[in-house]
Ligand binder design. Structure first.
Ligand SMILES: NC(=O)c1ccc[n+]([C@@H]2O[C@H](COP(=O)([O-])OP(=O)(O)OC[C@H]3O[C@@H](n4cnc5c(N)ncnc54)[C@H](OP(=O)(O)O)[C@@H]3O)[C@@H](O)[C@H]2O)c1
Length: 252
């Protein structure tokens, strides 16, 4: 199967680098010079094309990776009916995509920043006729989760899309706490990086996050004192509100 990427920005590059091992890839963009530089980076393995009027997309699998506000203008360049359209555009719903780009199947995918390291947690939803294929394509940049509705995808985006920013605040705050108590800044970041790296397999292999906490929190101990502070300052509630506010912002 050949994939036709529309756009050559950060997300397109991450996906192309992941998918190139399994798919033939063409990249369609508005700047041929940028496309040629990308092709050189990938040892000339891509087909690159300048976005032109009446571009025939009949039967193609399009991966739309432009900014949401560019959808309308990009759509005017296409003629024909694509086999499938996979859009990574944040906040652009299926009906708007279907209205503007004709395809047998339309899918929304929400990857995250970790795509550059093939570690994205990507959510998908849309026409079930292309469910398996679209999940396989997105697995080239990490893990995938199919959700039954756009509503769920938009809620989940607060976790998998915004999550790297939320966890970055946790990482920074833990390091600041260590520095405040007297650990050197550079050592504090080494500590936090190691903590996150080790936490991933712990979470992966645990049936419930609370079991990890219970495993560390001995009666009257130091972890219990820290957990007490997190509850006192309502950290749990702050995260629940962060997901709520992110969702409310998205649906405005
Ligand atoms: N980055 C993330 O973590 C992330 C996560 C989830 C979803 N997304 C979604 O991914 C999409 C792309 O984001 P990105 O981070 O890759 O952005 P980006 O690096 O700015 O890339 C945007 C791409 O769109 C092209 N473009 C913009 N306006 C255009 C127009 N009018 N006509 C044709 N091409 C146009 C740009 O072309 P030029 O290179 O010529 O300027 C560029 O190739 C967005 O819709 C975003 O919502 C991103």
């Amino acid at each position: 199967m050949k994939l036709s990427f529309i756009g050559n920005g950060a997300m397109a590059k991450a996906m192309i680098k992941g998918a190139i091992a399994n798919y033939k890839i063409e990249v369609i963009g508005r700047d041929l010079e940028k496309l040629n530089i990308l092709n050189e980076e990938l040892n000339g393995k891509l087909e690159v094309k300048k976005l032109e009027e009446k571009m025939d997309v009949e039967g193609k699998v399009l991966i739309l990776c432009v900014k949401p506000q560019a959808l309308k203008s990009v759509a005017t360049f296409f003629k024909g009916r694509a086999k499938a359209l996979i859009s990574v555009l944040a906040g652009t719903n299926l009906s708007s995509l279907k209205e503007q780009i004709k395809a047998d199947f339309t899918i929304r995918a929400m990857p995250n920043l970790a795509a550059s390291y093939k570690a994205s947690m990507t959510t998908l939803t849309g026409d079930k006729g292309f469910k398996e294929e679209s999940m396989l394509i997105l697995q080239s940049i990490g893990k995938t989760l199919w959700l039954e509705s756009e509503k769920e995808l938009d809620i989940a985006a607060g976790v998998n899309g915004c999550g790297p920013a939320f966890l970055a605040i946790v990482a920074e705050a833990l390091a600041d706490g260590a520095v405040k108590e007297g650990v050197k800044r550079e050592d504090a970041y080494v500590l936090v990086k190691g903590l996150f790296e080790g936490f991933a397999p712990l979470l992966e292999n645990s049936t419930h996050p609370a079991l990890i906490k219970d495993g560390v929190m001995s009666p009257g101990g130091v972890t219990a004192a820290g957990v007490g502070a997190l509850e006192e300052f309502r950290v749990r509630n702050a995260f629940i509100k962060a997901i709520q506010y992110a969702h409310e912002k998205k649906i405005k």
